[in-house]
Design a protein around this ligand. Structure first.
Ligand SMILES: NC(=O)c1ccc[n+]([C@@H]2O[C@H](COP(=O)([O-])OP(=O)(O)OC[C@H]3O[C@@H](n4cnc5c(N)ncnc54)[C@H](O)[C@@H]3O)[C@@H](O)[C@H]2O)c1
Length: 373
């Protein structure tokens, strides 16, 4: 993610008319050789192995927290106390208690914040939101989301160390719930409003792995897979599924909403498309002509589609890295008092997602429905 964020800071001014100039002042890491390479690849002015010095620097306006999850709280709180604007990667924190501390710190400091729920900045997902807001889905009945991958199926995948911290509960907080379902929950609440209660089941398929650092057998306590039912405040029903054991699936982040007037479906493995089923006219509520009823697969590359007027001619797609450019543009425009394409989720917004994640984990543990606080 350090690369996606650095690329966004380098590129954003090329595609958006901004009130600020972005300068990559300093990047943090623990290994000086790696840091120097990263610095020269992305064009940072300086490197630092003590992140507190970056936070305290008068030359720096924005702190971008892109470290493993267990470091988010400490870094965000320090950045807020230093009066910096903050971008933080998801999941916001290890749990809701940490998230609450972060919210208190940023609200006390009154600093602008953004949490990197980057899929909201995919033009097809943003168009999904536009269709919901235009009442083209109408009264929602069902919301369905999956976020499936398959990269931890092998027993040989170790735990711990620099890159596989995701399997270590002490560093990641949770497994697929915080890593993948946090995205699905954020999208769901953005598109379909608050979730009231959840009923979940989690699974650990491989219960012991070799520690990459010590070589010792280590028990696995994070959720390898999680499925949950949800009831939304608007009365619609939700189904969520996430796994890192879904053979064949790489980044199968899907969302579907079925309502009275229509339905929408998005799949991140075909990110330039939004599928839309048009049943009734949003103004009159009357059924559209029978011979036109059916799923449309919309190629979301026209200049009238969200974000696309900033890029290429219609029919030419943009990629994953652009979600981070769009996100940064929206944050900078919002910070300057301008109007972003869509407002960025703040740390307070993300604390809400964290509460749903915590309710999911609690529900799975206690094998019962849990109200989201
Ligand atoms: N928005 C998204 O779509 C998205 C996607 C992937 C990851 N993320 C989030 O971004 C963050 C980073 O994930 P990633 O995929 O870049 O992970 P990564 O494993 O690719 O990189 C993590 C980096 O942190 C370093 N690191 C590990 N332990 C550290 C420590 N104790 N102190 C300092 N540095 C340490 C590692 O050396 C590595 O350079 C996580 O919070 C993750 O959930 C978000």
């Amino acid at each position: 993610m350090g690369r996606t964020h650095s690329n966004a800071f380098n590129q954003v001014g090329h595609f958006f008319d901004l009130p600020y100039q972005t300068v990559l002042k300093c990047c943090y890491g623990r290994n000086v050789e790696n840091l120097k390479k990263f610095q020269s690849t992305w064009g940072y002015e300086a490197i630092e192995t003590d992140w507190r010095k970056i936070v305290e620097s008068d030359e720096i306006d924005i702190i971008d927290v892109v470290t493993p999850n267990f470091l988010h709280k400490e870094m965000v709180v320090a950045a807020a106390e230093a009066g910096k604007a903050i971008i933080c990667e998801k999941p916001l924190a290890m749990n809701s208690a940490e998230a609450a501390e972060m919210v208190a710190a940023v609200e006390k400091a009154g600093v602008p914040t953004a949490v990197s729920f980057c899929y909201r900045r995919n033009p097809s997902v943003a168009l999904f939101k536009q269709l919901v807001d235009e009442n083209r889905i109408g009264r929602p009945f069902h919301y369905r989301a999956t976020y499936n991958q398959d990269y931890t199926i092998s027993k040989k995948v170790p735990v711990g160390g620099a890159s596989l911290w995701r399997l270590d509960a002490n560093v990641a907080g949770s497994g697929v719930t915080g890593d993948l379902l946090a995205h699905s929950i954020d999208s769901a609440e953005w598109l379909n409003g608050p979730i009231e209660k959840v009923c979940a089941h989690t699974e650990i398929f491989i219960k012991e792995r070799t520690n990459a650092v010590t070589g010792e057998k280590t028990p696995i306590t994070i959720d390898d897979a999680c499925m949950f039912m949800a009831i939304f405040k608007n009365g619609s029903n939700g189904l969520f599924e996430s796994s890192r054991y879904a053979r064949g699936r790489k980044n199968f982040n899907t969302m579907e909403m079925n309502g009275e007037n229509g339905a929408c479906y998005f799949n991140l493995e075909e990110p330039e498309y939004l599928q839309f089923f048009r049943y009734a006219d949003p103004e009159t509520g009357k059924k559209v002509e029978d011979h036109l009823t059916g799923w449309q697969k919309i190629l979301v590359t026209n200049s009238e589609h969200p974000y696309m007027s900033h890029y290429w001619v219609p029919g030419t797609v943009i990629g994953y890295e652009h979600y981070f450019i769009n996100q940064l543009a929206d944050f900078l425009i919002q910070m300057s008092g301008g109007t972003p394409v869509y407002p960025v989720p703040t740390i307070s917004d993300a604390a809400r997602t964290q509460k749903v994640c915590d309710a999911v984990i609690q529900s799975a543990k206690e094998e019962r429905w849990v109200d989201v606080e």
